[in-house]
Design a protein around this ligand. Structure first.
Ligand code: ADP
Length: 447
């Protein structure tokens, strides 16, 4: 860039000098010709009025006072006098342009380049009272000669200007480039530099922020993964310890026959819990890696919740919980499997953490074109301090509070991931002992 600015500056200086010289040459040439023309015209006018032209000697005397060539032509075009003294050898001048014009209209002029000498001459002719014509002429420089004559000066000026241009360009290029070299790309907005660079710097700043955010997200995901693996091992170990402990007692014949049912029942429940947990883990890791079959389609949330209600009927009946669905058919563009898991977990929790004979109400509606699903229960509620954490993996509200309900602590994590996958917002409201309300709001659908 520095080199480019520099070479451009030198180039501009070069072209400027050339153009100025050529234009000046033209101007000077035309002014010089003008001066010569007026000089000769004045001279001719003066001679015509002040001389007794019938006397050739007068002309001879005048010849020594001027550098102009004097020619005198009679009314027929014959040369009567020429200051070169060769009037007798000269041809008839009647047809010379300036003479012809002078005879016709009183005065005439012409500029000719002599072919033999390659010299340019300016002629001015004036008609005298007696019908004869007086002509004055002078050699002039051609424009090319004029330019040629100033070529040495031109080269000298060009040399000087180019040296100056090189020096100035170096200094200027340095000054132009310096603020760019000084730009701090880590803090792009703090730079005081050219306004033309502001959009670029803003863009870099934005990208810096984006990159930082991405790094943070990657770190966070990495931490979560580590924490998750640690939690998984811990969570799997608890039911397995119970199972192996109970099984050992049974194997060694230490369990009374009447306790047999209770012991094997516990083993069964713990094993079921393990299976449920592993299923949840598999679902979560699929969601994490975006491995779910990504086939998106228009899904009727009302029909979906209706299906879930049917699938949970047995569970609801066990605790004598009534489940109601309200609202209208509302469409969402999404993945059926994920949406099913989300609302299944929410409804299952609403039944699981309810009181006997309680109620669950699921509302499906559309608010400003945004589909929403609200799952409300009349259950045990969630303590305020736990509200922020229930969506974490394996997080379960104090076991005594949940009344030792079975669960992996992964259900709401799946809800959270599923909502994120569908760009939906989540909101939880809960009052201890009264109930919980979880709202999922989808973005505007263009259906
Ligand atoms: P879990 O498998 O234990 O149900 P979740 O991730 O689904 O795990 O929920 C996390 C915790 O949040 C639960 O253990 C429970 O204590 C609490 N919770 C979830 N839903 C409700 C609800 N509707 N009412 C009261 N507590 C709830």
């Amino acid at each position: 860039m520095k080199r480019k600015i520099f070479s451009n500056m030198v180039y501009i200086a070069f072209v400027a000098v050339m153009m100025t010289t050529i234009l000046l040459s033209f101007i000077m040439y035309y002014r010089y010709m003008d001066q010569i023309k007026t000089g000769i015209k004045d001279e001719a006018a003066y001679m015509a009025t002040s001389l007794n032209l019938h006397d050739k000697q007068d002309l001879d005397a005048y010849k020594n006072l001027t550098v102009s060539r004097i020619t005198w032509v009679d009314s027929n075009g014959k040369v009567i006098y020429d200051s070169s003294g060769q009037e007798n050898e000269m041809t008839n001048h009647r047809n010379r342009k300036e003479v012809k014009e002078a005879m016709k209209s009183g005065s005439g002029e012409d500029t000719r380049v002599s072919k033999t000498l390659n010299k340019q001459t300016y002629y001015y002719a004036i008609k005298l009272r007696d019908g004869t014509v007086l002509r004055l002429s002078r050699e002039t420089q051609t424009i090319m000669r004029q330019i040629e004559s100033i070529l040495p000066i031109l080269f000298l000026i060009m040399g000087v200007v180019l040296i100056l241009a090189v020096i100035l360009s170096r200094i200027l290029t340095g000054r132009i480039v310096e603020p760019i070299n000084k730009i701090d790309l880590i803090h792009p907005k703090k730079n005081e530099t050219y306004s033309e660079l502001k959009p670029l710097l803003n863009r870099i700043e934005q990208q810096n922020v984006d990159i930082e955010k991405q790094i943070e997200e990657i770190k966070e995901a990495e931490n979560m993964r580590k924490e998750f693996s640690a939690n998984v091992s811990h969570e799997l170990k608890t039911p397995l310890t119970t199972i192996s402990g109970y099984a050992e007692l049974m194997k060694d014949g230490l369990v009374k026959p009447e306790d047999m049912k209770r012991f094997s029942g516990t083993i069964y429940t713990e094993a079921r819990r393990l299976i449920a947990m592993i299923e949840d883990i598999i679902k979560l890791s699929r969601l994490d890696e975006n491995q779910v079959e990504l086939e998106k389609k228009d899904i009727d949330l009302y029909d979906l919740v209706f299906q879930i209600k049917a699938d949970l009927r047995k569970k609801a009946e066990e605790d004598n919980i009534s489940v109601h669905i309200r609202g209208v058919h509302t469409m969402v563009y999404g993945v059926y499997r994920i949406l099913y898991e989300m609302f299944f977990n929410m409804c299952e929790n609403a039944i699981k953490y309810n009181k006997k004979g309680g109620e669950v109400v699921v509302t499906i509606a559309s608010m400003n074109d945004c589909p929403i699903v609200v799952v409300e229960d009349t259950g045990i509620g969630i303590p305020k301090e736990d509200l922020d954490r229930i969506f974490e993996r394996f997080y379960r509200v104090d076991k005594s509070h949940s009344n030792q309900k079975e669960g992996s602590g992964l259900g709401l994590s799946i809800v959270k991931h599923g909502a994120k996958y569908h760009h939906a917002e989540m909101e939880v409201e809960s009052e201890l002992g009264k109930g919980t309300k979880i709202t999922i709001e989808f973005p505007k659908q263009d259906i």
